[in-house]
Every structure is written in C-alpha cells, then in structure tokens.
Design a protein around this ligand. Structure first.
Ligand code: NZQ
Ligand code: ZN
Length: 380
C-alpha cells in the first residue's frame, strides 16, 4: 500500500448551506454561474444562489445538457475569455459540474478545447470553481475527473486533472427534492458502480479501503430498499454516500477496474443510454467474464455486503444479488434502446473501443477487444 492522498475540496453539507457560497467565493471575483436545462429554477436553488451572490459581480450561462457537449461548452469558454471571468460556479448534477471543469481548464488554453481530452493540452492551471450539487451520483463535486461528449463524432471521453478539483462544494440534500425518480435511481446505481470499480478487483487486505467500500455498498443497498420511504435523512445519506464513493478515498493505493465505465460510455455516446443504466447493462456480464481474477473479491462482497453464506457458487449468487438490486430499482440490465438482433450494436461498440485504443481494459489489462466483444454479446 503506497499512496499520496489529498482532497482539498471544502464541503458545506446540510440544509440551508447554499448561503455559504457568498463567503466561499472571493468578493472581487467576476463569476460565471453555469447550469443546465432549468431544473434549478423550479426548486428554489437558483433563487438561493442569486441571494448568496448579491454582493458579487456575476453573470450566467445555461443550457449545459445531460452528458455535456463540447459544442455547448465552447460557447461558455468564449464568454469566459471575452468577459474576463475569473471564477466559475457550477449549479447542477455531474454534467454541469463536468462541463464547468472543462470550461475552467480550456479557458486558459488558446487552441481547441478538445485538446484537453486528447491530451494535446495538459493544463497546469485552471480557473477556480465552486459547486452547488443538485444530483448525488458522480462524486464530481469533489474529484478531479470530467467526462465530455463531442456531438459531431459521438465521442464520449474524459480527462483527469488536479487543477479542476472544485475549491468548495455545497451539498444541500433539499436540492434533491425535485429530482425525478429516474434520476434519483441513476444516482444510487452510479455511486454503487463507482464503489464496485474500486473494490471488485482482487483481495488486497487493505482494511480501510475495503471496509469502507463495503460500508458504502451496504448503505446504497439499504437506501435502495427504503426507496419508497425516503425522507430528509435518506436524502442526506445518499448525498454523502455518493460523494464518498468517488472522492478518491476508497481508491487510494488500490487496484481499480473502470472497464464497466469505459464500455458503458459507448452506449451513452451511441444510443443516449443514461450513464448509470449503461453501467447496469455491462457490469454483470463483465464480472462473470473476469471471474478468474475477481472471484475472491466477489465472494467477499457476497459475504460482507449481501450477507450471503459460503458455497461453491457464492460468486455467481453475488452477481445475481447485484442483478436483483438493479431489478428492485427497475433498472434494466438489457440494451432496450436497440431492438432485435444486437450484433451490429456489438460491432459498433467494439469499433469505438478500438478507435480509442481501449485494447487492454481492467485492473489486469485482461479485457482485450475480443473479451469486450464477448462481454457485450452477453450483456446486450
Ligand atoms: O439540466 P437540468 O435542468 O438541471 O436537469 C438535470 C438533467 O436533466 C436533472 N436534474 C439535476 N438535478 C435536478 C434535476 N432535476 C430535478 N431536480 C434536481 N435537483 O437531472 C438530469 C441529469 O443530470 P446529470 O447532471 O446529467 O446527471 P448525473 O449527475 O448523473 O451526471 C451524469 C454525467 O456525469 C458523468 C457521466 O458520464 C454523465 O456525463 N460522470 C462523471 C464522473 C466524474 N466527473 O467523476 C464520473 C461518473 O462515472 C460519470 O461518468
Ligand atoms: Zn459513473
């Protein structure tokens, strides 16, 4: 176990905390508030932000779509550059936050913003950004990742940079009250798979990371079971669990997989499948395919998360328990966006993986293109 760990994002957690942004952003900043399709205008979040920024100079950019696009974000970058904006405030879910991170980094670059994704531009600095989170799912509010889509080529790709980790994030569970059930369930499932990607590898004996991952998984399972009885405490627990699932802590010094995400992103890019649902489609098939490496950890999950008893088929029963968890939330594990024969769909995804050079995915680099093809055949 060897790692360096820091997570400098200040978290303001709890009801009424949106007012904290007035102290968290320097008063002499020129702020651009970035948000999505307008949900924040229906739940009072926008009004609270306006009140909190009453002593700041600010303007706004709206219309960042779910699975944010380069095409839209380039317009925000243009505004930042021409109006000398020097602080960004993302108000929304993972898409708005990721989009804002992209703007924060690309605004300091003279070339094409996509250079950030291809790696041609490696940011050494970015504009500071803060977050008001309205959808707990991605952990983007306090991590250094972002995923952006280039609409023109249907490419969905990410970048990682410590320069875009938010300076602060407000996590007020009341902001979630207007979330449609579908988005709330997406949040649960995305956070679940984030923990799995960092946990279902091989047993490491790292008690903190593995034990904490199991706590987070049990939380998400319990929150799923209590979905119909959700209240303030339920919302607060989901918000904090989803944050902890991908703020970097449980992944420190651990082998990590992320192949479910890499393959899942292609389903979103090609058929607009919700991010979380793309993961539920791929994951069970991927786990079965990688049993040779992951069996020990899947069995550990069966015992410590699902409370299953030992047996020769414990790993398979654990995967079935994961599938049952998705089914209990009405999350499809089939690609229903494509009807009939799915072989063209499998080819299309494999082609994308090949184009991106995703030739050896997973913690053991054991998921070759051919293995991805087998996983997709089983999954779709
Ligand atoms: O645009 P608005 O009007 O705000 O509506 C959004 C959007 O339509 C709506 N919504 C958000 N908060 C709401 C609300 N509706 C009512 N009440 C509220 N309080 O929900 C819809 C989906 O929002 P989105 O931000 O797309 O969802 P999510 O947070 O799940 O983010 C998904 C994106 O994050 C990326 C995904 O790939 C996807 O592009 N990810 C980012 C990661 C990261 N940065 O670390 C990791 C993840 O694995 C993931 O890849
Ligand atoms: Zn995810």
């Amino acid at each position: 176990m060897k790692f360096s760990y820091v997570n400098p994002t200040v978290i303001h957690f709890g009801q009424g905390q949106i007012e904290q942004i007035s102290h968290s952003i320097p008063k002499d900043s020129k702020v651009l508030v970035i948000y999505g399709g307008g949900s924040i205008k229906k739940n009072g979040v926008y009004d609270q932000v306006v009140t909190a920024l009453k002593d700041h100079q600010w303007s706004e950019f709206s219309g960042v779509e779910a699975n944010p696009t380069k095409e839209t974000l380039d317009k925000a970058i243009e505004i930042v550059k021409t109006e000398n904006i020097n602080y960004l405030l993302a108000v929304g879910g993972g898409s708005v936050i990721d989009g804002t991170k992209y703007v924060a980094a690309a605004s300091l670059h003279d070339g094409d913003s996509w250079d950030l994704i291809t790696g041609k531009y490696k940011p050494e600095a970015a504009l500071p950004l803060g977050v008001v989170l309205t959808l707990p799912a991605t952990g983007s509010e306090s991590n250094m990742g972002a995923v952006v889509t280039k609409k023109a080529t249907q490419e969905k790709l990410g970048f990682l940079s410590p320069t875009v980790r938010p300076a602060f994030a407000v996590l007020d569970p009341d902001a979630m009250k207007t979330l449609p059930e579908r988005q709330l369930i997406n949040g649960l499932v995305d956070a679940w798979v984030h923990v799995c990607e960092q946990y279902i590898t091989s047993p490491t004996g790292h008690m903190v990371q593995e034990g904490y991952a199991e706590v987070l998984l049990r939380n998400l399972l319990d929150l799923g079971k209590a979905f119909e009885q959700r209240d303030d405490v339920w919302r607060a627990n989901l918000m904090w669990t989803a944050n902890q699932a991908l703020n970097g802590l449980i992944g420190t010094g651990m082998p990590q997989d992320w192949a479910t995400h890499m393959i899942g992103h292609q389903l979103t890019a090609l058929w607009d499948v919700d991010h979380a649902r793309s993961l539920a489609i791929i994951q069970p098939s991927l786990l079965r395919s990688q049993m040779e490496f992951k069996k020990g950890k899947i069995e550990q999950m069966g015992r410590n998360v699902f409370g299953l008893t030992d047996s020769d088929d414990l790993a398979e029963r654990t995967i079935q328990a994961i599938e049952a968890f998705y089914a209990s939330l009405d999350v499809d594990t089939q690609l229903s966006e494509v009807q009939g024969d799915k072989s063209d769909a499998v080819d299309a995804v494999v082609k994308k993986l090949e184009d991106y050079g995703y030739l050896k995915l997973g913690e053991n680099q054991a998921i070759s293109l051919e293995v991805s093809r087998q996983i997709l055949k089983q999954a779709l």
